[in-house]
Write a protein that binds this ligand. Sequence first.
Ligand SMILES: Cc1ncc(C[n+]2csc(CCOP(=O)(O)OP(=O)(O)O)c2C)c(N)n1
Ligand SMILES: [Mg+2]
Length: 770
Amino acid sequence: MLKPATTDIEALKILDDRLRWLSAWTVHHANHIRESADGLKVGGHQASCASMTAIMSALYFHALGVNDRVAVKPHAGPVLHAIHYLLGSQSREQLENFRGFGGAQSYPSRTKDKIPVDFSTGSVGLGVAITLFASLVQDYLSAHGWLDEADRGRFVALIGDAELDEGNIYEAIIEGAKHDVRNLWWIIDYNRQSLDATSADRMFERFDEIFRSCGWRVVELRYGKRLQAALAKHAALRPWFEKLSNAELSALHYQGGAAWRTRIETDLGKKASAFLKEQDDAALATLLTDLGGHCMETLVEAFDAAQDDVPTLFIAWTIKGFGLPFAGHKDNHAGLMNPTQLGALREAMGVREGQEWEPLEGVGDNARTGVEALIDRARIAQEKRSRSFGTVAITALPAPSGEEQSTQAAFGRILLDLSKQGGDLANSIVTTSPDVTVSTNLGAWVNQRGLFRRSDMPDVFAKAKIASAQKWSGNNQGQHIELGIAESNLFLMLAAVGLSGDLFGKRLFPIGTLYDPFIARGLDSLNYACYQDARFLLVATPSGITLGPEGGAHQSINPPLIALGQPGLRHYEPAYADELATMMEEAFRLIDDPNGESTYLRLSTRSVEQVERLDDDWKQGALAGGYWLREPDNGAEAAIIAMGAVMPEALAAWEELKEDVPGLGLLSVTSPDLLHRGWTAAQAARWKGERNPSHIEQLLSRLSSNAGLVTLADAAPASLSWLGGVLGQRVAPLGVEKFGQTGSLTDLYAAYRLDGSAITEAVAELLLPA
Ligand SMILES: Cc1ncc(C[n+]2csc(CCOP(=O)(O)OP(=O)(O)O)c2C)c(N)n1
Ligand SMILES: [Mg+2]
């Protein structure tokens, strides 16, 4: 890398000032100038922005390469927008509409913002960790020949220091260490303040140790050049400075020069008199706030020195609100400058009234050329590959044969068959699992395709000729990424692989498996993946109480409800192997479709007798959320509605009741999620004059308007009980509301009322007069 000229440093400092001004002004404009229609607080984080404008100036206008990707600390969103404004890739209208409908978003958003955002952020900690998984995906693509050396980049996370309290960060670096992760820069804006107050003392030394033990290089940028020189010159100063607590340091930064002087006089007396004589109060404040994260020379030097691929943590000391009137105040997180304070800042920055949005306002003629040159050079940092969709042919997935099958076993078989068949789709699949590969039936696939490891990992057991059904060797052509038991990592991995088309121009098909109840363990990461429009297939198995003796703490009740409320994720719950094959095909199609989404398959270990099919007519219904497994008569008075693993009970009850209840139908629900979406969408469309009934309305309108519906699911009864609201029919909801008891299926179904007699009783109650 070229050594930056002094003029570049000067220009970077000017850009730092421009970013501080524009981010503060964007927030100010939204709060104090734009008209408020509803009187709600708009908000924004001027202090969090000012804390890292120097870091971001050095990064974006000096250090970033064309392929590098960045996750920006959520509260520094306005700085990212200001950078793009200077680059010409963000409009003034978007900034004027910051936090408004359709305007620049509060926190950087891949899907909502108009500027290129590499990773969405907002839920602290997750944006940090996803950069690590994206770097693993980059290594995966390189190893498989899908990414040229010239297209590789570095993954950068800009991190608030309080973000480091999020446990998911440590789960991620442990996983990263196992996979020998590289090409990461994590830069901490170490302002020692969180939302509520100043943060706990002395933690940064611990952070050092934690990261170092995971193989990271830690670079501490504590002092700027001038402060460094002063500390070197005046021996008593450094130990004194380093003993100040986070709270004391912040308070002094806030109070300014006179307070510093008094405190130094009190603590050091004569030992500091030479030092104090050298500067007046203003100079003293400037000197003592010259921390590493605000010193351009320090930042540029540190970035230039870290050009290898060793994962690097930069701890850049900063002051929250640097350069603003509330710098260092413990309450400044959501602090907003008032118009007078903003006016003073405007003048101090040489911005003329009325010219606040002028990108290079206040930049003198002499400096302008250098600043423009840096902006021009940085333009390459925003060239991004376009999204990649529709590049892989989705082959038909035949249903595995067998009169009795479980959906979990069928999942393993379908993948195995696909693997043996080979082709584009099979080669583009990446599977991953948090230590439940074998128990979720991914084993056969892994035997075929192997574990992914950058360097060869021999199968020691196989070499020693110890009998095992499971091969466990890895190399750089493997297609399964084995994770430790950290479900949050699973979802972040799915998010990163699921963005491969966007980030690297090559669409991969991620499949992640875990036990259904443990979805809850990674829920925010799952939401985060969906929020970014990452595309993946999540296979959750086993599920419900149907796992019988294995049950207890592994039973799951509410994931279908989670899926019902999770945008970007489609829930399918098959009862039969042929349904599953159809759903997997659809899930792959949705991964590779610009308007698609991710899919959650809820599977079971229960082996059930498969149904005979006369034709393929059921498929369309199954993909749309449900179909009549046993057709009702028109105007029938009752129907059994069942989902997934309990279908045998529903079928048996239907057989038993069909003579007594004329026209009784049996509806197989394959996706309450899709049915519900279709229903609400059709209602909304009716207000616009469109009168197409939704799939569930069409299905249920076959029945009489006051028909009785018995719903049955190995899940919370609310997953299906809402069906009564569609046409106002009466419902008896059967399902599981408690968990934790192990037992045989017969015992459990009887105890939780999922068996034939419960269905019969429920039908009787709905049909017989009280
Ligand atoms: C998961 C999550 N919990 C809580 C919040 C609310 N929150 C936003 S910022 C913040 C503190 C941020 O402090 P720090 O990371 O040090 O950033 P700074 O503003 O000091 O740069 C909190 C608690 C959040 N955004 N995400
Ligand atoms: Mg902080």
